[in-house]
Write a protein that binds this ligand. Structure first.
Ligand code: MN
Length: 285
């Protein structure tokens, strides 16, 4: 199933016909009281919401895809985990270009581990990216993104895919410079998730997905997830060996070669096999 959030926090099922408005399925969510849980309520209750959505689907109003404003498919992730240099060719490109590495020590992911992006940086495609520090280089990074479906702690690689709720496309927007990664990648709107969540029963094999991003129609990054150094299962195992993963936690799997600068007025279009495509506008923040 392809589940999207759109307009004023509405819930939709995406098919070739368009967006089927199944917002009433959100009534399947329990009421939470303060202090709120550290997981995303929709993803934690995905089975109940899907059941309700399937019952509503035959009578749900359908809206053309180009008439909705797409929001992040996950509204309240507890954390946004991200993988540094997780494609071999991207590692070579980073090491070769001073304007990307800025003298930072660049390690292979086995040594570097993972990092976190602020959850406040999260937006959906319709919000666009608002660039700050535009005197510095701001880059796009397109990444297969995992949404965790159930609580995971010390998960072995062989079991890891069972913990996935689904996948979406992620943009890990980055200011180049000498500071820590999480600082340069956490400004508001620097994490874009979309266009929707494709559940893991529909996208069963994330290990061979072609994907790309264009800027103003020009292809900048084009790669395949079969070039990942650590694949989806390995990333879940690694992340869950350091902290508990909760439903709705997001893991951005890393970006391939071809990172390049974006500026206000640019239009990015990211697409991925098995998921779809999304358009994201860039403006000055
Ligand atoms: Mn990245």
């Amino acid at each position: 199933m392809r589940l999207c959030r759109f307009d004023d926090n509405r819930l939709g099922v995406v098919t070739d016909a368009g967006v089927h408005d199944v917002t009433d399925a959100l009534r399947a969510l329990p009421a939470y009281t303060y202090p709120l849980p550290n997981f995303d309520p929709l993803i934690a209750n995905l089975a109940a919401v899907r059941k309700a959505a399937e019952e509503l689907l035959p009578r749900a109003p359908v809206i053309a895809l180009d008439k909705v404003r797409l929001l992040s498919p996950v509204a309240n992730p507890g954390k946004v985990v991200a993988a540094p240099v997780n494609y071999k060719k991207h590692l070579e490109e980073v090491l070769a270009q001073k304007e990307i590495h800025h003298g930072n020590l660049i390690n292979e992911i086995h040594r570097a581990g993972l990092f976190l992006k602020a959850t406040s940086s999260l937006v959906g495609p319709s919000a666009g990216v608002a660039l700050i520090h535009t005197d510095r280089r701001n880059d796009h990074e397109v990444e297969l993104t995992i949404v965790i479906g159930k609580t995971a702690r010390n998960v072995p690689v062989a079991d890891a895919l069972k913990y996935v709720a689904g996948y979406c496309i992620g943009l890990d927007i980055t200011i180049r410079g000498p500071e820590e990664r999480s600082f340069r990648k956490s400004p508001d709107s620097y994490t874009v998730l979309g266009p929707w969540l494709v559940t893991s029963d529909e996208l069963t094999d994330p290990s061979r997905l072609g994907f790309s991003i264009t800027v103003n129609g020009e292809t900048r990054q084009e790669a395949n997830t079969d070039d990942l150094v650590l694949g989806v299962a390995e990333l879940i195992a690694l992340a869950s060996s350091f902290y508990t993963l909760h439903p709705g936690d997001v893991i951005m799997t890393g970006t391939p070669q071809g990172v390049s600068p974006i500026k206000a007025g640019d239009i990015m279009r990211a697409s991925m096999d098995g998921i779809g495509q999304m358009e994201v506008a860039v403006r000055a923040g």
